[in-house]
Structure formats: C-alpha cells, structure tokens
Design a protein around this ligand. Structure first.
Ligand SMILES: O=C(O)CCC(=O)C(=O)O
Ligand SMILES: [Fe+2]
Length: 201
C-alpha cells in the first residue's frame, strides 16, 4: 500500500503515531539546506560488524549533539560533534513546529541508489521508552518502508519528499521496523537528518 499526500498528515496505524509534513521546507530553502549540509557536514563512513565480518556501512553518517554523549547502534559507537549553526537552526524550527525537544541529530548521506539503511528500529536504551524521532529529508526522493513486527499485513511505504518531515512517536519503535532499500534506478544524493532526544546517562 502506498501512502501519499500533499498536506500535513497524521497516519492512523496500530501501535504507532506518525505525522508527515510534505512541505516542511519550501523548495528554495530545501535546495539551499541540501547544498550547505552536503558541504559542511563532517561525513564519515563507519565499519559495521555483522556475524564477525566487517563491512563498510552502505552510506555516510555524522552525529551532532548537545552534551557530547556518545550514541551506539549496530555495534557502532559515534561521538557527537558540537552543533553547527545551520543544524541548530533546523532543530529550532522542528522543535517549534512539532512542540517536541531534541538534543542529538544523526545525519545520513545516501550517495546513490546503492546506499541504503537496512530494516531496524530506533530502540536504543538511551532514547528512552517511547522515543519521538523527527526525520527531515532533502534531495532525491526515496521510499521509506515500514512494517509491523507481528501484524504481517501492516506494511507501507511513504515517499519522503525533498523538504519533508516525518515524525515517529508512540510505541512505533517497539512494534515496527523501517528501512531505506537499495534501488537500481540511477538516482542522486539524499540527505536525511533524524533528530532524537538522548537521555543523559
Ligand atoms: O533515511 C531515512 O529516512 C531513515 C534513517 C533512519 O532510519 C535512521 O537513521 O535511523
Ligand atoms: Fe531509523
């Protein structure tokens, strides 16, 4: 099933609360943000270890945070850089419009269709019980797939527009998995910023 909309939308799904703002940033501003983030972000390519074998992560990432608290997922520990003004200003707009608070952002750069982000949930302990995650998309439009862990008919894809914001809340990270799949289509870069609130340990 495909979910598409041109307006702010609340999706009613079992065990999840999802809000989607297709035009969180207008195109001109989104274009500028994309260009600046591509150039100004400290992108790295981490190694991931799966069943004892080490691979290059199939995308570039960067972590920025307010407290310098490290964030670990999939056997990777990332140490945040202090916020840069550009990212701070994006965070402020997201906080204002969603009425939620964030202190950390994980950025993903999908260089082309070969880059991806496998099925996972953002359920690390330091995110707390029911995390609110705000995900800004810039650049190439790619489908965000999500599926319920138990209810096998509950599978969806949402095309994340250039300049769009997706907010995941409620029990979503307990009951659902999400991914950005590889594609053979010749596509350009996509940047994604996922704002999170890390509980201080
Ligand atoms: O690129 C996306 O839209 C999803 C990113 C994501 O799921 C993550 O970084 O945890
Ligand atoms: Fe995620």
């Amino acid at each position: 099933m495909i979910l598409l909309s041109s307006e702010q939308q609340q999706l009613n799904l079992p065990n999840a609360e999802i809000e989607y703002y297709p035009n969180f940033y207008q195109t001109t501003e989104a274009n500028q943000l994309f260009k600046s983030l591509l150039n100004e972000t400290s992108w790295i390519q981490d190694d991931i270890t799966v069943f004892g074998k080490t691979y290059k992560q199939p995308r570039l990432t960067a972590l920025y945070g307010e407290f310098g608290q490290p964030y670990s997922y999939s056997n990777i520990t990332m140490h945040p850089k202090p916020f840069i003004p550009l990212i701070k200003s994006i965070q402020s707009k997201i906080e204002r419009e969603t009425k939620q608070q964030f202190n950390t952002v994980l950025l993903n750069l999908y260089r082309d269709g070969n880059d991806s982000n496998g099925w996972h949930a953002d359920n690390e302990k330091e995110l707390g019980q029911n995390p609110v995650i705000a995900s800004l998309s810039l650049g190439e439009i790619r489908p965000f797939h999500f599926k319920h862990r138990q209810l096998k008919k509950q599978r969806y894809k949402l095309f994340l527009n250039h300049g769009s914001l997706l907010v995941m809340k409620g029990e979503m990270q307990h009951f659902w998995l999400h991914q950005i799949a590889k594609t053979k289509k010749p596509i350009k870069e996509r940047i994604n910023l996922t704002f999170r609130f890390l509980v201080r340990s």
